[in-house]
Design a protein around this ligand. Structure first.
Ligand SMILES: *Cc1c(COP(=O)(O)O)cnc(C)c1O
Length: 358
């Protein structure tokens, strides 16, 4: 006899983390290639001296700093153990068994897993090319829909929806359906037609915007992210579904240190390097004959398809990269996602891509 588990688990797709291979360059998890800023590292070390104590379960100091940054009351904010955790809490807070969670596909691979664990029905709306089809997503909303994820820019395709398209979508979605704008890559957006979700909250109180310290802020290993909503009922619901003490003091302290003006400036320089490199890598890949959608994130996307049309075979392409010491993220049925790193690592990827095309 073995223990009786929920049948849902047997059918659950596995979350596939980007591989780490010693000696290889990892371009598989959209991490920041730079280590923490020196003063952030110092605060982490100092906070480590108190790990015999539980953390501040309300992340009060960090909440105050974020409230000041966004010019809002801290009741509109919630801090979580990574924004993935916030995604999960939002589904737990809204969806009962059989309720529907709508998202584009392909998008962030955590969404179907989270939905299934909650017992909700995942409704996957195919992308239009490589971009969210917001009209189709709005049309997919039924009276069973409790939550819609809009990953903007989208992971793994890197594309972003325009502000105009997003506003039209938000006007169409019923105001009692929660819309989660997952803006994990917001800091990398350079297209002025893409709207900052936090500017829409007053107008759409059924929206929560999620941000993370994992990507632009380079703190992926510490697990910390946050959400902002206009309606405190939403942030309260997220708090209710939080595991007690889920956000460590070390993570809180590091995030707080990263929000200091000097740190923000240094991090913005790193982000600017990444966005410049994204343009360079995209151009190089297109020169080599690959079809690459415009990315607004810190990664680029190569699509499965016939080579004549600029496509790749994801599994073969990733294997070719691995032989050259580069770990990229393959989605066997759709394409390969490659993180933009520093210029030296990007150069290695670009030459591998040229070789794989030859
Ligand atoms: C990386 C990522 C996150 C952030 O995850 P954390 O849990 O904050 O590390 C959230 N959403 C998407 C789409 C991501 O790609």
């Amino acid at each position: 006899m073995t223990v009786r588990l929920r049948p849902t688990l047997a059918a659950l797709p596995a979350y596939v983390p980007g591989k780490s291979v010693p000696g290889s360059i990892k371009l598989a998890s959209n991490e920041n290639s730079y280590g923490p800023l020196p003063h952030v590292l110092e605060r982490i070390a100092a906070a480590a001296e108190n790990v015999n104590r539980y953390p501040d379960t309300n992340s009060s100091e960090l909440m105050d700093a974020l409230a000041a940054k966004f010019g809002i009351g801290s009741d509109r904010l919630v801090v979580g153990c990574g924004s993935v955790s916030l995604c999960q809490q939002l589904v737990f807070a809204t969806a009962d068994e059989g309720d529907e969670v709508v998202f584009g596909w392909r998008s962030f691979e955590a969404y179907p897993i989270i939905s299934a664990i909650a017992g909700a029905t995942a409704v996957k709306v195919p992308l239009d090319g490589q971009t969210h089809d917001l009209r189709a997503m709005a049309a997919a909303v039924t009276d069973r829909t409790r939550l819609v994820f809009v990953c903007n820019p989208n992971n793994p395709t890197g594309t972003a929806v325009s502000g105009a398209a997003l506003l039209r979508f938000l006007d169409e979605v019923p105001s009692d359906v929660l819309v989660v704008l997952d803006e994990a890559y917001h800091e990398f957006v350079t297209d002025p037609s893409v709207v900052d979700g936090t500017t829409l909250l007053e107008r759409y109180p059924n929206v929560i915007v999620l941000r993370t310290f994992s990507k632009a802020y380079g703190l992926a290993g510490l697990r910390i992210g946050y959400g902002i909503a206009a309606d405190p009922a939403i942030t309260m619901a997220v708090r209710q579904t939080q595991v007690p003490f889920a956000v460590t003091q070390i993570a809180q302290v590091a995030a707080l240190a990263s929000l200091e003006p000097a740190a923000e400036r240094q991090l913005a320089e790193r982000v600017a390097e990444v966005t410049a490199e994204r343009g360079r890598v995209t151009a190089e890949l297109r020169n080599a004959g690959y079809q690459v959608p415009d990315s607004e994130a810190n990664f680029v996307w190569l699509t499965n398809g016939p080579a004549e049309a600029g496509g790749i075979d994801a599994t073969a392409f990733a294997a070719g990269c691995a032989e050259r010491g580069l770990i990229v993220r393959a989605f066997a049925d759709s394409g390969v996602r490659v993180t933009i790193s520093n210029p030296a690592e990007n150069d290695k990827f670009v030459s591998a891509a040229h070789e794989l095309r030859a």
